[in-house]
Design a protein. Structure first.
Length: 729
């Protein structure tokens, strides 16, 4: 039995949200504020002990606005749904024990093995009418009070009329939300339902359901939900003993295990200690007890008391165990002396063990584990370095699997599904691609979840399985941080990779507002293969800039065969671009077309209204592809470059000659002093090792009197245009 899908409506950013779950582990990734914590929170609200903790802020903002439009503005549309909903799609098999789920079966079709369990925190029609009536009364009273206060304030200072009018408008504007915050529990009710599921349409039917709100169905026997929160109590202050506290929690979960020799020996030791302490206490408290006896009653022995030892194994561990770290062989250090990373990791292991014990129901040997045990681990990477993150994700699956299969101590099998949320590119890189769920903010108030396995299907469908294999290897080995970026730049080679951060710095020095280097931008070197990434770019949905080369070419006939070769852009026979990415995204390769593009027409969006989908120019697109354009240098000469080096030499020839002893990687350095040599010829003849050249550009850079870095060379125009486009949100 497995939990296959979760659907959420109107909870925070989860406006209309669905996520598929893997049978063993689902890894949830995405940028900050994309709903990962909200998913955990809504499950806690409905499956945990926080069902009464709903607040106004838990409702999606668009839902709140719609509710206000109905209540305050009198609009008549229907809220669908009228509140927060959570749906759990459970799939069972013939071999499963159906004891706990049998009460939830509404379809007798043996081929329909999906049960949809729905939780709702909703506004019924009756409560909607009550909400409206109460708000009308509230508004009348509040408006009267506001007007009275303003009248008094104006009588005291008539000059404040404009300010008070602004205050009045603001109070009226927020009046509904102030009212809504104060009393949502009066109007919203908790409901539990079983929804009809159409196996042919693979869709639930909200209109056909069985209400189980008042029925005594123990859902905790069906689903056991636990969370290791990102807000873990980890500190290395001397006064904190987080791990020591967890050791007592671990014991409390295991003390009732039948046949645990260590527990029996621990209890025997405490009993023996009680007997010894009784005798010691009698001597320690002899004086004060005899004094108490003097204030006794008339009957001998009425006021005789004694103090005995009542050690409790739980309390003994809770306050009196300390986790120590071995430091070499001769010394042990308390837990607070260790780093937060290790404390976080060890603390998680303790918490996981405590929860696994609870999943196994070790405290209640007569009970069976729940049919579905769902463990959420939030952001396990806290305080840990990359290597530790690799180790965690490598080991956690085997730890959880062995526990669920009964291979660790306890020997009790149980069905376990785990969900890990993370911001760590290292954890993402070490995970199975098919386990990854990518959370993406579709608009201001809504997020969606995407299966990375669906991306593979797209590549495979179009006969590009090898391209996906390359993409998978590339992301795993190099750039998993793309999943967490707000923006991305795809570049061709080493020169751009080394120099682009400096170019971004130069750009920011000239454009102070919204600097690029303060944005979450990932730079990826993809060679001439940016077109292989096009489905991935569309999938992650981030604003992306591709910096590529014009790669001018011409067609020649050789041995009666026509072929295309590279050439200078000013070659009389130039006719096409040999750049595969430019040809792919624009669907054509004639050079005159590309020379006529502006930065607005280089912006693109994928059109899904045609089959197969194609990229089209769109000024509002989230992808732009920039290449060399005509540019005039300080000497007044215009040039159209073929490559980055060509464009750089055209603008910075004097920079090279002024520092010629610092450019040891360049061949034929004297060519730069020959006015007859153009920049294309210099790029073809002088570049030997591109990375070395790029590094030498940085080494010969200067900071001017205005404290601007890299001031003695210029960035090619096409890159400046691309950065300007990328800067804007």
């Amino acid at each position: 039995m497995k939990l296959k899908k979760i659907k959420v409506r109107n909870f925070r950013l989860l406006k209309d949200f669905g996520m598929d779950l893997e049978d063993i582990l689902s890894l949830v990734i995405g940028k900050n504020n994309t709903g990962k914590t909200s998913l955990v929170a809504v499950l806690q609200r409905f499956l945990g002990e926080k069902t009464k903790d709903f607040s106004c802020d838990d409702f999606n903002i668009d839902f709140q606005k719609d509710l206000r439009a109905i209540i305050e503005d009198g609009e008549s549309f229907v809220l669908d749904p009228p509140g927060i909903t959570l749906k759990l799609f459970i799939e069972y098999k013939d071999a499963d024990d159906l004891t706990n789920i049998s009460q939830l079966l509404v379809d007798l079709d043996p081929d329909n093995r999906i049960v949809v369990l729905a939780f709702e925190y909703i506004l019924t029609d009756d409560k909607l009418a009550l909400l409206h009536a109460d708000f009308v009364t509230y508004k009348a009273e509040r408006v009267l009070k506001i007007e009275q206060k303003i009248k008094v304030a104006l009588s005291e200072d008539s000059m404040q009329k404009e300010v008070l009018e602004t205050v009045r408008k603001q109070k009226l504007k927020t009046m509904f939300f102030d009212f809504f915050k104060a009393g949502i529990h009066k109007y919203f009710d908790l409901r539990k339902k079983i929804l009809w599921y159409d196996k042919d349409l693979e869709q639930e039917d909200d209109t056909q359901f069985t209400d189980i709100t008042t029925e005594n169905i123990k859902l905790d026997r069906l689903i056991n939900f636990k969370v290791i929160s990102a807000r873990r109590d980890v500190s290395n202050k001397d006064s904190d003993k987080t791990l020591s506290s967890l050791s007592s929690q671990y014991y409390e979960k295991r003390e009732n295990m039948v046949g645990t020799d260590a527990v029996k020996r621990f209890k025997d030791a405490i009993t023996n200690s009680d007997e010894e302490l009784d005798q010691i206490y009698e001597l320690l408290f002899e004086k004060v007890l005899s004094t108490v006896e003097k204030f006794g009653g008339t009957k001998k022995g009425d006021s005789v008391i004694k103090i005995i030892s009542t050690l409790q194994q739980r309390n003994l561990l809770r306050g009196n165990t300390t986790v120590m770290y071995d430091h070499h062989e001769e010394h042990s250090l308390p837990e607070s002396y260790n780093g937060l990373g290790y404390m976080n990791l060890i603390g998680m292991i303790f918490e996981i063990e405590v929860m696994l014990t609870d999943f196994r129901r070790e405290q209640f040997p007569e009970e069976q584990p729940a049919d579905i045990n769902l463990l959420f681990i939030e952001e396990p990477e806290a305080h840990t370095h990359p290597q530790m993150q690799y180790v965690f994700i490598k080991n956690i699956k085997s730890i959880l699997h062995n526990a669920s299969m009964g291979k660790d101590d306890g020997g009790r099998q149980f069905n376990l599904q785990s969900v890990i949320t993370t911001h760590s590119s290292h954890i993402a890189a070490e995970s199975r691609f098919n386990d990854i769920k990518y959370f993406y903010r579709k608009d201001l108030n809504a997020v969606i979840a995407k299966n990375l396995s669906d991306l593979e299907k797209e590549y495979t469908k179009d006969g590009q399985r090898e391209n996906f294999r390359f993409l998978k290897q590339y992301l795993t080995l190099n750039r998993a941080e793309l999943f967490f970026a707000d923006k991305a730049i795809f570049i061709e080679g080493d020169t751009e990779r080394i120099l682009l951060p400096a170019m971004m710095k130069k750009f920011d020095q000239e454009h102070i507002d919204n600097p690029l280097l303060s944005q979450n931008i990932s730079i990826c070197e993809v060679g001439a293969y940016s077109h292989i990434f096009e489905r991935f770019i569309h999938f992650i949905g981030v604003k992306s800039l591709i910096v590529t080369d014009l790669d001018a070419g011409k067609k020649i006939t050789d041995d009666e065969k026509t072929k295309t070769v590279g050439c200078a852009p000013d070659d009389p026979q130039v006719s096409v671009t040999t750049n595969a990415s430019l040809a792919f995204f624009h669907g054509r390769n004639d050079i005159t077309y590309f020379l006529g593009l502006t930065i607005q027409t280089k912006s693109m969006l994928k059109d899904h209204n045609v089959d197969p989908p194609v990229w089209k120019t769109d000024p509002d697109g989230h992808l732009a592809i920039v290449h060399q354009v005509k540019e005039t240098n300080a000497d007044g000469k215009e040039n159209l470059a073929r490559s980055f080096e060509d464009a750089f030499f055209h603008l910075n020839r004097k920079f090279i000659t002024d520092n010629k002893t610092g450019f040891k990687s360049l061949k034929h350095i004297k060519y730069f002093e020959d006015a007859a040599k153009n920049s294309y010829e210099l790029a073809e003849a002088c570049i030997d090792k591109k990375p070395s050249f790029a590094i030498e550009v940085l080494l010969n850079s200067q900071t001017n009197s205005d404290d601007k870095e890299f001031s003695n060379w210029q960035t090619p125009k096409y890159i400046r245009e691309g950065l300007e486009w990328l800067k804007e949100n």
